[in-house]
Each structure stands twice: as C-alpha cells, then as structure tokens.
Design a protein around this ligand. Structure first.
Ligand SMILES: C[S@@+](CC[C@H](N)C(=O)[O-])C[C@H]1O[C@@H](n2cnc3c(N)ncnc32)[C@H](O)[C@@H]1O
Length: 337
C-alpha cells in the first residue's frame, strides 16, 4: 500500500544534538529506531560520507517503502533497515551488526515515538475515526499474535477496558464508556472505527460532543497504546540503549503525549543516577517545536524532545542552557527539572 507522506518532527534539532560530538574523520554510527518515512534516517545518513545508520520499524508499509527508498536513493550499505520491534533492537544489533559495538558503539540513537501520519491517514489501518475502517490499530499488522483493537473491545473485561481508557486516554468517562461497550458487544460486534465513534458520541454530555478536539481522540489513543504496548516497550528499551553509546554519544527521544514523556524523563533520571556509566541530561526542559514548525505541521505541536549524553565523568554545567530561550519554545510545566 502506498506510504502516506510523513513530516519529520524536530529534524534540525535532532541532527544537531546527535551529531555534535561525532568525529566525522572516522566511521560514525547512528541508530534510528523509528524509521517511519525515513526522514530522520536519511538526514543522519547525509551528515557525512562516513555516516552509517542502522534503523528499524515494525510496520510492514514503512519497511517496504523504506527498502524501496534506500535502493532508489543509492543508500544500500549506508542505511540498514531491520524489521523488528525496537524493544529487540539491542539484540538485533549484537547479532546482525556487531561491528558497531566492536568499533565503540553509536554516536547517536534516535526514537521518534508513536505512530506516523501514514497510520492516521490510511483508513484500512483503523487508527482514525475520520475514516470508516476496520478497528485494527496494529503497527505490526501482519503479526497474528497481536490483538487488534476490535479483539480487545470484544474480549477484555469491563474493568480492564475502564482502566485502559482512564490510564492511557486520561478519559473522564472511562467507566461509562466501558459499560456501554460491554452492553453493545453482546448484541452487535464493534468492528469498525465508526461503530466505536458512534458509541463514544453517546457517552459524552452534549456540551462535550462538538468541541475543538473530537472527544473520541482519548479512547482511540488508549486503544492504540494497549494494542501496541507502546508504554511498556519504551520502559524496557531506554536503559538497554544507553550502554550502546560511545562516550560523547547521545540518545534523543521525541514523545507525543505526557504518558510517554514521563517515562522518558524518569528513565533518563535513573540513568543519570547510575553508578557504573555516567550520563548528562542535556535537556533540562524538553525541546519543543518552533512556532514555524507547528504552522507547517500541526501534528508536531505536542512533540517534546529529550536528550541524554554518555559522558566519561559527571559534568556540572548544562552547556545547552543558552539554547533554551532562543530557537525553541520551552515547556514550563513545573514537574520538569
Ligand atoms: C513518528 S513515526 C517516525 C517517523 C520518522 N522519524 C520519519 O522521519 O519519518 C514512528 C514510527 O515508528 C514505528 N514504531 C513505533 N513503535 C515502534 C516499535 N515499538 N518498534 C518498531 N517500530 C515502531 C512506527 O511504525 C512508525 O513508523
């Protein structure tokens, strides 16, 4: 299926952070664990003739499109694209690309979390209530071991559905919605995006139904997170990636909602308190897209970039402080430190 266009979020900022300490007179290794449309991967490859990028994705459309693009743009040998969930990326590198670790590790590793525009804009994937489509929502849609959103709605106990909507969607009406779903499913299976949207519509009070954001967004987000186990994979991979960095190497993560960002922030904090490897958190507050970027791509508005560097010994000053007020708008939320 044709891969829908994806705008790469915070691209210039990611490249700057990930390449700043790289010594391009030698081979440099980068990793992009969320290939998507390949925007960040190709930008990393283009940083120097000595740059090599190891990327992965779990989405068959992203992989097919990516392999064709790598071939078409003459990047075979410079970009290696693995078909894997990124939680397995460390093992895959050890097995398939051990030279990276033998030669000292990665200069930069990037995760640009979540789904791509392709997922939202392709009706057959079932991620969006804007189109009629099957309630699938699996990124890895040819994996029969993963439950689709429709299977979750059909089989999960009411209490579990309520928890998912509350925790992953921060949905106020989670109890009412879970109850309505369980009442409906005994009569009619809930198979399509529009079946679900219709149920949700009747769960919200009239004044909430026609706001700026469609209230169904929260339940769709919650289901997507549950289908793809999006929070667990982040929690499980971050501390495995850090030791794969060279000294001076950086791990940059872009998140798109507070649940993801909280995990990234906490994982970075834990790493920075480790006693065996030393780390410096470079983004005291997360980097946000500029107003210009948000104008060009409204989906970037919720993006937050955090970066951590592997250092030889703990440093004291955050030399990025000066960047904070200038090119980017910064989040002032009080829990950021
Ligand atoms: C936001 S998009 C990345 C866009 C990309 N940076 C670009 O510039 O085009 C996220 C991509 O990561 C993939 N992805 C998300 N979670 C994943 C996981 N756990 N394992 C592998 N790929 C994942 C999705 O399939 C999607 O293609």
């Amino acid at each position: 299926m044709e891969y829908k266009k994806h705008y790469s979020v915070l691209k210039a900022e990611c490249i700057q952070y990930l390449t700043e300490n790289a010594d391009f007179s030698k081979k440099c290794f980068f990793a992009d664990l969320t290939f998507g449309g390949g925007g960040h991967t190709f930008a990393l490859k283009d940083t120097s003739p000595n740059s090599y990028v190891f990327s992965c994705d779990q989405d068959p459309d992203a992989l097919k499109n990516g392999r064709e693009r790598i071939e078409r743009e003459g990047a075979v040998g410079k970009i290696t694209l693995f078909d894997t969930n990124f939680v397995h990326f460390p093992e895959v590198v050890k097995r398939e690309a051990p030279q990276v670790l033998v030669e000292g590790g990665f200069d930069g590793i990037l995760l640009d979390l979540g789904v791509s525009s392709h997922h939202f804009d392709e009706a057959t994937r079932g991620f969006s209530f804007r189109f009629e489509g099957p309630l699938d929502m699996r990124m890895d849609y040819d994996n029969p071991d993963i439950k689709t959103a429709a299977e979750i709605l059909e089989t999960y106990p009411e209490k579990e559905l309520e928890r998912i909507f509350r925790e992953y969607g921060e949905e106020r009406y989670s109890k009412k919605i879970a109850k309505r779903i369980c009442e409906t499913r005994v009569k009619d299976p809930i198979k399509t995006t529009k079946d679900l949207e219709n149920i949700l519509f009747h769960c919200y009070p009239k004044e909430d139904r026609y706001g700026k954001t469609n209230p169904s967004t929260r339940v769709f987000q919650a289901l997507r997170i549950e289908v793809n186990q999006e929070l667990d994979v982040i929690t499980n991979v971050v501390d495995q990636l850090f030791p794969m960095l060279k000294i001076g190497g950086r791990l940059a993560i872009i998140s798109f909602h507070s649940l993801e960002d909280r995990i990234v922030k906490n994982e970075f904090k834990k790493i920075s308190q480790g006693l065996e490897l030393f780390a410096e958190i470079l983004t005291k507050k997360p980097i946000l897209p500029s107003e210009q970027e948000i104008l060009e791509n409204s989906r970037s508005r919720s993006a937050k970039l955090r970066v951590i560097e592997r250092v030889k010994a703990p440093r004291e000053k955050n030399k990025y402080k000066h960047l904070s007020g200038q090119t980017n708008t910064f989040d002032d939320s009080s829990d950021d430190e």
